[in-house]
Ligand binder design. Structure first.
Ligand code: PLP
Length: 401
C-alpha cells in the first residue's frame, strides 16, 4: 500500500454518509441489550416502543410536521418514494396521469416507466441548461386527471434546488396530492413541510449520518393513501413489518444533529465546496460547472472536464485515496452520461468527463487542499492520452494546463 492510498478523502456524501459517532452511540443499546419487540406486552419490549415514540418526535420536529403521527418509518428512501406514488394512485384509481421531472432519482423514474407500461400517462417536466425546473411546463402539465405530482427538493447530481413551495401552492389550488423527494435536502437545507405545503415527503437516513436501511415517509394528516405492504399493525398499518428499532433510534438522533449542524453546512462546508470548485475552474480551462451556481445545496459541486472520461478521473483519484462520483451512485458503472446531464443538454464531450464532489461536515480544509494538489497530475495525464484532446491539439489548440 502506498502512502497516498492510506489516506481516504471521502467526497461522495450524496451517495452515502458515515454514521455520526453520536448516532452510533444512540443506536448501539438497541443492537445489544434493548432488543425487545416494541409491540410486546412485556415492559422489556414496551420500553423500546417509548424510545421509538421519542425518535418519531425528533423526526417530526426536523421536518416541521404538526404531529408525530404524520411520520411513517420505512426501509429506504426508495421505499418511501414508491409508497408515496403507489399508495396515492391506488387511492385515486380513476386518475391516470402523473407529473414528475426528467431528473428525478431512479426510485421515482423507474417506477414511472413501469406505470407507463401499466397504462398511466407520465409527464416528465424538463430542466434548462443549468438544471432549473421548467415551471411553465410544470404548470401546463397538470390536469384534472393528475393523480400525483412528485418532484425532488434537491437534485442528487447537481445539488440544484427546485421551487417546491411554488409547486405546493399550485397543487393545493388544483387539489392534487404533492410528494417531495427530499432525500438530498435533508441535513443540507431546512425542510419545513408546512412551508412547502406538500402532502407527502421522503427522506433517507444514510444520506445524513444515520445508517443505511431506514427511511421516512411524511404523510400529512388527512392525506388519502393506501398501504403498499400488508401485514401487522406496525406504523398504524401504513407500513407493516417489525420495526428496525436501531435504525429508527438512529434517524431520530441524526435528525436532531442535522438541525444543529445546518448552519455549519451554510458556513464552513459551503466555503470548502466553493474553494474546491473555484480552484478547479480557475486551474483547468477545460472545466466548467454543471448546474445553477447560486441555487444549490451547499455541499455539492458537479464539474465537467472536456475531452476526458469521468470514470478515468475517478479511478486515478481512487488511487490517491479520494472517493468521488461521476453521477448518481446508481448510474455510475454505466458508460452512458447520466440522465440528469443529458436532460440539461450538457455536450457529450464534457458530460462524459463530469465529476460530482459532495462534502459533509466531516471534510476538512486539509482534505480539500489534498484533492487540489492531486488533480493537476490526474487531469494532465488523462489529457495527454485523450483522443478527443489530440484532435483539438492537431487543430492548433494550446494545452489547457
Ligand atoms: N432519492 C434521491 C434524490 C436519492 O439521491 C436517493 C439515493 O441516492 C434516493 C431517492 C434513494 O434512497 P435510498 O438509497 O435510501 O433508497
Amino acid at each position: 500500500m502506498t502512502a497516498a492510498m492510506e489516506r481516504i478523502v471521502y467526497l461522495d456524501n450524496n451517495a452515502t454518509t458515515m454514521v455520526a459517532p453520536e448516532v452510533l452511540d444512540a443506536m448501539m443499546p438497541f443492537l445489544t441489550d434493548r432488543y425487545g419487540n416494541p409491540s410486546s406486552i412485556h415492559s422489556f419490549g414496551g420500553n423500546v416502543g417509548k424510545h421509538l415514540d421519542r425518535a418519531r418526535e425528533q423526526v417530526a420536529a426536523f421536518l416541521g410536521a404538526d404531529q408525530d403521527y404524520e411520520i411513517v418509518f420505512t426501509g429506504t428512501g426508495t421505499e418511501s418514494d414508491n409508497t408515496a406514488i403507489l399508495g396515492t394512485i391506488s387511492y385515486y384509481r380513476d386518475r391516470k396521469h402523473i407529473v414528475t421531472s426528467r431528473v428525478e432519482h431512479p426510485a421515482v423514474l423507474s417506477l414511472c416507466k413501469k406505470l407507463e407500461r401499466d397504462g398511466y400517462t407520465v409527464t416528465y417536466v424538463p430542466v434548462d441548461s443549468e438544471g432549473n425546473l421548467d415551471m411553465t411546463a410544470l404548470r401546463e402539465s397538470v390536469t384534472d386527471d393528475t393523480a400525483i405530482v412528485s418532484i425532488m427538493y434537491a437534485n442528487n447530481e447537481t445539488g440544484v434546488i427546485f421551487p417546491v413551495q411554488e409547486i405546493g401552492a399550485l397543487c393545493r389550488e388544483r387539489g392534487i396530492p404533492f410528494h417531495v423527494d427530499a432525500v438530498q435536502a435533508a441535513g443540507k437545507i431546512p425542510i419545513r413541510v408546512n412551508d412547502i405545503g406538500c402532502d407527502l415527503l421522503t427522506i433517507s437516513g444514510h444520506k445524513f449520518h444515520a445508517p443505511k436501511g431506514i427511511g421516512v415517509l411524511y404523510v400529512r394528516r388527512g392525506t388519502r393513501i393506501r398501504p403498499v405492504l400488508y401485514g401487522g399493525h406496525q406504523e398504524k398499518g401504513r407500513r407493516p413489518g417489525t420495526e428496525n428499532t436501531p435504525g429508527i433510534i438512529a434517524i431520530g438522533r441524526a435528525s436532531q444533529l442535522a438541525s444543529e449542524h445546518l448552519s455549519e453546512y451554510h458556513g464552513r462546508v459551503r466555503a470548502l465546496r466553493d474553494k474546491l470548485e473555484r480552484d478547479i475552474l480557475k486551474r483547468f480551462p477545460n472545466s466548467h460547472l454543471n448546474g445553477n451556481r447560486d441555487n444549490r445545496v451547499p455541499n455539492t459541486t458537479n464539474i465537467g472536464f472536456d475531452y476526458i472520461e469521468g470514470e478515468a478521473i475517478l479511478l486515478y483519484l481512487d488511487r490517491h485515496g479520494i472517493a468521488a462520483s461521476s453521477g448518481s451512485a446508481c448510474s455510475s458503472g454505466s458508460l452512458e452520461p447520466s440522465h440528469v446531464l443529458r436532460a440539461m443538454g450538457v455536450p457529450f464531450t464534457s458530460a462524459h468527463g463530469s465529476i460530482r464532489f459532495s462534502l459533509s461536515r466531516f471534510v476538512t480544509e486539509d482534505d480539500i487542499g489534498y484533492v487540489l494538489s492531486v488533480l493537476p497530475e490526474v487531469v494532465g495525464r488523462l489529457l495527454e492520452i485523450s483522443p478527443f484532446w489530440d484532435k483539438e491539439k492537431r487543430q492548433g489548440k494550446p494545452m489547457p494546463l
